[in-house]
Ligand binder design. Structure first.
Ligand code: HPA
Length: 273
């Protein structure tokens, strides 16, 4: 067995020692979007610090807990707080919890993030369904020897974000009078926000939003055969002509303001699965 598979097995055995029930849905909550965890009827919460081989989250706005509980009438695994490449973790470490979820039985992964808008039609507070991504300068988490037990060497990426899940969410949004944008998420390393020229470049390349997470998790999820749904909260607009400074505090505040809508969509999506 490879070292990675051995570590994954130890992590999964540890978690199984605390939680014997199964869940087929996993959720990873982004910056400023951790409150969804309050809506979960929690059965077990495990601090990342206590989980063998788990990295420890450092960024403000993250709670750093793996939660098992019920949302929308379904059992779910929830990561309140994720690991980012900019924190110094390897892409494999960023993807590690996704692989853990897969081995715990998760088949559908829901991701949220805070992102900068590079589509001129977007405004702060918009919700954007991610229909595709561009991995720009972020390292692929599958680099290195392939873990054949998890998935194939050359995974197809023609539909990383499940069209069926996107349709479900569009219907839920319509029924609840929530406006949704849709577009391409561009993954960057951070931790700097982009320069004006970089926002412009991302726009020209076909990105609608830009952020520092999600892409590596999605790649690991697709590799191991999961279906993925992901949504961005647009927390700042990078493409404006006027004065355009961005702070992490503004990003967190905008995410917080949009959070109730996102929570409703995720809860109802889970209910519909
Ligand atoms: N750029 C990159 N990451 C982000 C941004 C941004 O403008 N906003 C929130 N996360």
């Amino acid at each position: 067995m490879s070292e990675t598979m051995q570590q994954l097995q130890e992590t999964v055995d540890f978690i199984h020692g605390l939680v014997s029930k199964e869940a087929s849905i996993g959720i990873i909550l982004g910056s400023g979007l951790g409150n969804l965890s309050n809506d979960i009827v929690s059965e077990k919460e495990i601090s990342y610090n206590d989980i063998p081989h788990f990295p420890v989250s450092t960024v403000e706005g993250h709670k750093g807990r793996l939660i098992f509980g019920e949302l929308g009438g379904k059992k779910v695994w929830v990561m309140a707080g994720r690991f980012h490449y900019y924190e110094g973790y390897t892409p494999q470490q960023v993807a590690y919890p996704v692989r853990v979820m897969r081995l715990l039985g998760v088949k559908t992964l829901l991701l949220s993030n805070a992102a900068g808008g590079v589509n001129k039609d977007f405004k702060i507070g918009d919700l954007m369904v991610i229909n595709d991504h561009i991995s720009l300068f972020t390292r692929n988490p599958l680099l290195g020897k392939n873990e054949d037990k998890l998935g194939t060497r050359f995974p197809d990426m023609s539909e990383p974000y499940s069209k069926a899940l996107i349709s479900k969410v569009q219907k839920i949004a319509k029924d609840n009078h929530i406006e949704l944008k849709q577009g391409v998420y561009t993954g960057v390393t951070g931790p700097t926000f982009e320069t004006r020229a970089e926002y412009k470049l991302i726009h020209i390349l076909g990105g609608d939003a830009v952020g520092m997470s999600t892409v590596q998790e999605t790649i690991a999820a697709i590799h191991s055969g999961m279906q993925v749904f992901a949504m961005s909260v647009i927390t700042d607009i990078g493409i404006r002509e006027e004065e355009n400074t961005i702070t992490h505090e503004e990003v967190l505040q905008a995410a917080k303001d949009a959070e109730p809508k996102l929570t409703l969509l995720f809860t109802e999506l889970v209910r519909s699965l």
